[in-house]
Design a protein around this ligand. Structure first.
Ligand SMILES: [Zn+2]
Length: 147
């Protein structure tokens, strides 16, 4: 897994999904589904592919292994400011989107949604779940209860 600020932004994205008040939580431990994170050249990738989430469900319905790969063809902004240099892509925005794919959320056609499939430009910042994103994950994994 990448280190430093790169790792911190991924953890921020994970925390955003964890705070969605559903029964789904990403944790650091040695049991359960394993998720790996990489930053590497995605050979032959289509123009604009910033990252990809891969998942292996086994048995059906249970995530066994997943990965998120960030395409090193692109330069990512790994800070927390709301502005950054042209030509950099906001890592937290991409990570939040790819975590959504990892748990089987699909694209929407609304640019206000984290799961928008309309593309992420170098000025796009989506670090907060839209109601639609929350409702989608809650419908799949159930609302958190008890507290
Ligand atoms: Zn996507």
């Amino acid at each position: 897994m990448p280190t430093g600020s790169f790792r911190s932004r991924i953890i921020d994205a994970r925390t955003t999904w964890n705070n969605a008040d559903t029964e789904l939580h990403f944790t650091f431990n040695s049991t359960g589904a394993r998720i790996t994170i990489d930053y590497l050249m995605l050979e032959g990738s289509e123009e604009g592919l910033l990252g990809v989430a891969r998942k292996n469900w086994f048995p059906p319905g249970e995530l066994h292994h997943g990965s998120i790969e960030f395409n090193s063809r692109y330069t990512f902004y790994v800070g927390t400011s709301s502005t950054w240099p042209d030509g950099h892509y906001d890592l937290e925005t991409v990570a939040l989107h790819e975590f959504g794919h990892l748990v089987a959320l699909e694209h929407t056609e609304n640019n206000n949604h984290v799961m928008s499939g309309l593309g992420i430009g170098d000025a796009t910042m989506r670090r907060v779940l839209a109601n639609h994103d929350r409702n989608s994950i809650e419908s799949m994994y159930g609302a958190e209860w008890g507290c």
